[in-house]
Design a protein around this ligand. Structure first.
Ligand SMILES: [Zn+2]
Ligand SMILES: [Zn+2]
Length: 270
């Protein structure tokens, strides 16, 4: 019977504790120290009809184990952590599944304390698979795996694009904020300059008014002086006038005396 799966390497190391795994039966090895089990995809396919048994949700798990078969090929590959029925299992997409002691029993729904590897072996020997059917299922799974890998790669690309987009958005926003702040600063500065200008203009205006008022005051003082001078001159002229009127009166008196003497035929007295 030819299997589409290749034989597992002879020497596998326990991904949990580093011990050399013992071969239990074809496609199954167990750790003599921690009693975990490594089950190849061919065995999973035979026993459960699915090389990627058990179905479950892939989880991000920082303690993911390294695949012992990949290690034989010189590749360090962290296995996918998958949660199935509250059991966290580690599986290599190319090789198989690592189960800590007791996990296989829980996944198979066995009673506590049952010999899980013996139950698995019973299952495998009870089912003798058709190699062609196996090969076809294997191919189908390969195809699905590729699709999933492509989807994962697309998703990763999308996430990276989103991250880049968000980063550039954040950079753009901070640039805009900086520009806004700069604009506000400029606006405040020009407002301050404007306020200073208007204050200066007000000061100039006040100075002009003060000069004008001072000029008015000076002019008024000048006018008062002039008025006093004219008043004094008026007094002087009035005195002169009185004096001249006196002289005129005297002269008239004299004329009347002379006229009277002439009328009397007397010679005018000197
Ligand atoms: Zn171990
Ligand atoms: Zn592997």
């Amino acid at each position: 019977m030819t299997s589409p799966y290749r034989e597992a390497p002879q020497l596998l190391l326990c991904p949990r504790c580093g011990e050399v795994l013992d071969r239990v039966f074809a496609g199954v090895a167990a750790c003599p120290r921690c009693q975990g089990a490594w089950i190849g995809q061919a065995t999973l396919d035979t026993a459960f009809g699915n090389p990627r048994w058990p179905q479950g949700q892939n989880m991000w798990w920082h303690n993911a184990l390294e695949c012992p078969e990949c290690a034989c090929e010189g590749i360090v590959r962290k296995m996918d952590a998958r949660s199935s029925n509250e059991v966290m299992v580690d599986c290599c997409p190319s090789h198989g599944l690592w189960l800590d002691h007791g996990e296989l029993g829980r996944l198979m729904g066995l009673d506590r304390g049952a010999d899980e590897l013996l139950e698995l072996q019973k299952r495998v020997t009870a089912i003798s698979p058709d190699p062609d059917d196996l090969a076809q299922r294997r191919l189908a799974w390969r195809g699905e795996l590729d699709v999933r890998r492509r989807a994962a790669a697309e998703f990763r690309t999308w996430v990276e694009g989103e991250q880049r987009r968000k980063a550039s958005e954040a950079a753009e926003q901070s640039k805009q904020r900086a520009a806004q702040t700069e604009a506000e600063r400029k606006a405040r500065k020009s407002q301050a300059i404007e306020a200073q200008r208007s204050a200066e203009a007000r000061v100039r205006e006040l100075a002009e008014r003060r000069t004008f008022v001072e000029e008015l005051v000076n002019e008024r003082v000048g006018l008062i002086h002039e008025l006093r001078r004219l008043d004094a001159e008026l007094t002087t002229r009035r005195d002169e006038l009185y004096r001249l009127q006196g002289e005129l009166e005297t002269a008239r008196q004299r004329i009347r005396e002379i006229d009277a003497q002439l009328d009397a035929g007397e010679p005018p007295s000197q």
